[in-house]
Design a protein around this ligand. Structure first.
Ligand SMILES: C[S@@+](CC[C@H](N)C(=O)[O-])C[C@H]1O[C@@H](n2cnc3c(N)ncnc32)[C@H](O)[C@@H]1O
Length: 388
């Protein structure tokens, strides 16, 4: 079917990647085995294959990852970017590997992803509550990634409602950054007139108005953020108020910062992503359970992948070559359904046998790829636009 959102290929990702055309994807998201030594539905232990001990174990993991990172870069468009999930076991090695393959200049971020709000209570030491996302551009000069999101603009950021029903917040018109002062920005240091009863603000005196000069909290001279002409052009976006500060009451000027409709305003993404914003491993297990069953111990929440998708255009060609339970394909379908986008996603997972005794094996899924396919089929049925 033309215009399908999801495609799935079963196989070793290195074989699949080498068969893909150059520059055919805009976004790669991968969540490779973390080399924890734990028992999941899939294997996550690189001990023994490259000599004994810790060094051999890291070396074996890097031997496995290096060609897959190189091939992943080859299939990325020059405007594209890669996001890689990882935890403390291999983050140091992965960062150096990505520096080597993508180039340190193309490093965009090492994001802390809080997927376990309470923190791990098992074992000794700290209650680890985060992992990482390493983000690299293929070529920083051409990268189309926009490190901001419309979904992080929340209603409660705009607590006030104007008489005509528009949500807004008040921002001081005064520049609160001490780098900007009458010495560094002399043209922005001037008196305005305001009436705290009516809220009116102007650059010239009027009946009932008091003179207001910009000052810092300690009373030293400050500057405004807006020029005189701008203040005169936008009187409805300004408000004069009496406020109570440490030094008693004073009259000050505020900008009414309006909340624009969703999509109209974007907020810069911080490098710490909280479980309450993107979901957690627990909510991810619940999402998976709801759509196909409790078949995977550590899926990613779709909210994490949706935030990643939100940094790229809505017709983005996405590739996940460690697809696991198919979270990325699910997130792509949810994002398209929500905003009318035309993103497509290719998911790849090997036919690795599920671990004997795992939930997946007991539920009759002999391979991990059978889980990926089952979820993507369910996504196509419930959200739409097919699977091939
Ligand atoms: C950490 S899991 C991915 C979980 C996924 N992000 C999710 O939300 O469910 C890693 C996946 O990589 C798969 N995998 C490991 N080696 C692979 C290979 N060489 N080719 C393809 N898939 C592989 C494993 O079967 C496993 O499903």
């Amino acid at each position: 079917m033309a215009g399908e959102w999801n495609r799935f290929v079963e196989g070793d990702n290195l074989d699949v990647l080498t068969g893909l055309p150059e520059e055919s994807f805009d976004l790669v998201y991968i969540d490779p085995p973390y080399n924890t030594g734990n028992d999941f539905a899939y294997s996550d232990d690189f001990r023994g294959s490259r000599g004994a001990g810790v060094v051999g174990r890291h070396a074996a993991w890097l031997d496995f990852m290096r060609p897959r990172i190189v091939e992943g870069r080859r299939v990325l468009d020059p405007g594209g970017a890669i996001f890689v999930s990882i935890d403390d076991h291999e983050v140091a090695h992965l960062r150096l590997l990505l520096d080597e393959v993508y180039g340190e200049v193309n490093f965009l971020a090492q994001i802390v992803v809080n997927l376990n709000a309470k923190g791990r209570q098992l074992g000794r030491g700290f209650a680890t509550s985060h992992e990482y996302l390493l983000v690299y551009a293929k070529d920083l000069q051409h990268c189309v990634l926009d490190a901001s999101s419309s979904t992080t603009v929340i209603e409660s950021d705009f607590p006030l409602v104007s008489a005509d029903g528009r949500r807004h917040r008040r921002l001081p018109l005064r520049n609160t950054n001490k780098k900007f002062n009458p010495l560094t920005a002399p043209t922005l240091h001037f008196a305005v007139w305001g009436d705290p009863e009516t809220g009116r603000v102007a650059t010239a005196p009027f009946d009932g108005a008091v003179e207001i000069k910009p000052v810092f909290g300690d009373g030293s001279p400050a500057v405004w953020r807006w020029s005189r002409p701008r203040i005169d052009e936008r009187p409805d976006d300004l408000e004069c108020r009496t406020v109570r500060g440490p030094g008693g009451e004073r009259v000050d000027v505020y900008q009414r910062d309006w909340r624009h409709p969703v999509g109209g305003r974007r907020k810069k993404l911080r490098t710490i992503w909280l479980a309450e914003e993107i979901g957690s491993t627990d909510t991810a297990v619940a999402e998976l359970k709801q759509i196909v069953g409790h078949l995977f111990e550590s899926p990613k929440p779709t909210g994490l992948v949706r935030r990643i998708l939100d940094t790229m255009p809505d017709d983005c060609r996405v590739l996940d070559y460690f697809a696991g339970s198919g979270t990325t394909g699910h997130a792509v379908a949810l994002a398209n359904a929500a905003d009318g986008g035309t993103r497509t996603c290719l998911s790849v997972n090997s036919a690795e046998p599920t671990r004997v005794g795992s939930n997946a094996e007991r539920a009759g899924y002999a391979t991990v790829s059978a889980i990926t396919r089952a979820r993507l089929e369910a996504v196509a049925r419930e959200i739409g636009n097919g699977l091939s």
